[in-house]
Design a protein around this ligand. Structure first.
Ligand code: PNS
Length: 180
């Protein structure tokens, strides 16, 4: 009897990641308990004006996972399902924070299924403690002088300070207002 080696299960976790937050980190951790490999795929979108360049976003995620060979970081453009096929992934993972995410995510999942029925979208629930967390809010809160520690990996926080010190900003932690 021939014993065939099982193909590793690969999931793509796509997004803008401008920047990666602890909500994304939580979803990646959940992916690792289900799939052999996770490809964090950053959408290169010329229409959006991101705070972090594509290379910076790649570096921030790579640094967070430098000790984990099961997490790969890549970029893509064009159709997500086409990208998933080229990297041998049969699953797209998206995080759901609240009911408000659902409609948009359902539309994307159904469109992706229509485009390629062989690719399945799997939703993972973010913890309640991150249900309000988004890259957009992190940037806004940071820019207005709020404390984002605990919401993003420490390197992201440092890079935010280097990149976008808010007006009159003093890099002292005590001066930052904590946002809950
Ligand atoms: O972090 P985001 O902005 O929520 O991620 C959105 C993303 C990258 C998952 C979505 O914009 C996407 O899949 N873009 C690729 C274009 C595509 O495949 N569109 C058709 C299917 S909806």
């Amino acid at each position: 009897m021939k014993i065939r080696a099982k193909r590793p299960s690969v999931a793509v976790f796509p997004g803008t990641f401008d920047p990666i937050t602890n909500g994304h980190v939580d979803i990646i951790t959940r992916c690792l308990s289900v799939f052999d490999e996770v490809i964090v795929a950053i959408l290169v979108n010329s229409e959006k004006q991101p705070l972090f360049t594509t290379d910076e976003r790649i570096e921030l995620i790579r640094q967070a996972y430098r000790k984990n060979p099961r997490v790969r970081v890549d970029t893509f453009s064009g159709l997500l399902v086409d990208y998933a096929m080229t990297v041998g992934a049969s699953v797209i993972v998206r995080g759901l924070r609240a009911i408000s995410d659902f409609e948009y995510e359902l539309q994307m999942a159904l469109m992706n299924r229509r485009l390629n029925p062989r690719i399945e979208t799997v939703f993972m629930m973010a913890p309640e403690s991150y249900s309000y967390l988004s890259s957009r809010l992190v940037k806004e809160v940071f820019h207005l002088g709020g404390d984002v520690s605990g919401l993003v990996p420490p390197l992201v926080e440092r890079r935010l300070q280097e990149k976008s010190p808010p007006p009159g900003h003093t890099p002292s932690r005590r001066r930052r207002r904590r946002v809950r």
